[in-house]
Design a protein around this ligand. Structure first.
Ligand code: AMP
Length: 113
């Protein structure tokens, strides 16, 4: 997989406002926030998108979801947050390093645009 802006953040080659890190994942504020809280949770393993994950990635995918939940709680949005994963250019993915968007702090519509 070619290097992305997110692998550069993991490697500290470019700065980010990091809120959480462990051996498997990193979470940081989105540079173009779409809600009062907009944080991205990414695996350190460079999986481009959900469609590229395989059965070996089951634990890391679960870890990302639970950490997203924990981060939303820590930010004060206990049960009122939206998690979004864009999979593929056609649906708006722009960075091809898997990431979960945590969005909270405003009203959300359904279906999403
Ligand atoms: P997606 O469209 O799902 O691929 O989301 C990519 C997200 O990455 C967008 O919400 C961007 O605002 C965000 N983003 C791009 N570059 C950076 C960066 N250097 N630091 C933080 N967030 C970024």
């Amino acid at each position: 997989m070619s290097e992305t802006i997110f692998s550069k953040i993991i490697n500290r080659e470019i700065p980010a406002d990091i809120v959480y890190e462990d051996e498997h994942c990193l979470a940081f504020h989105d540079i173009n926030a779409q809600a009062p809280i907009h944080i991205l949770v990414i695996p350190k393993k460079p999986i481009p998108k959900v469609a590229d994950a395989n059965s070996d990635d089951q634990a890391i995918l679960g870890h990302l979801l639970l950490k997203a939940r924990d981060i939303a709680r820590e930010q004060g949005y206990g049960d009122a947050f939206r998690l979004v994963i864009n999979n593929g250019e056609a649906v708006g993915q722009t960075v091809f390093h898997l990431h979960i968007h945590i969005l909270a702090g405003r009203e959300f519509n359904w279906p999403p645009g």
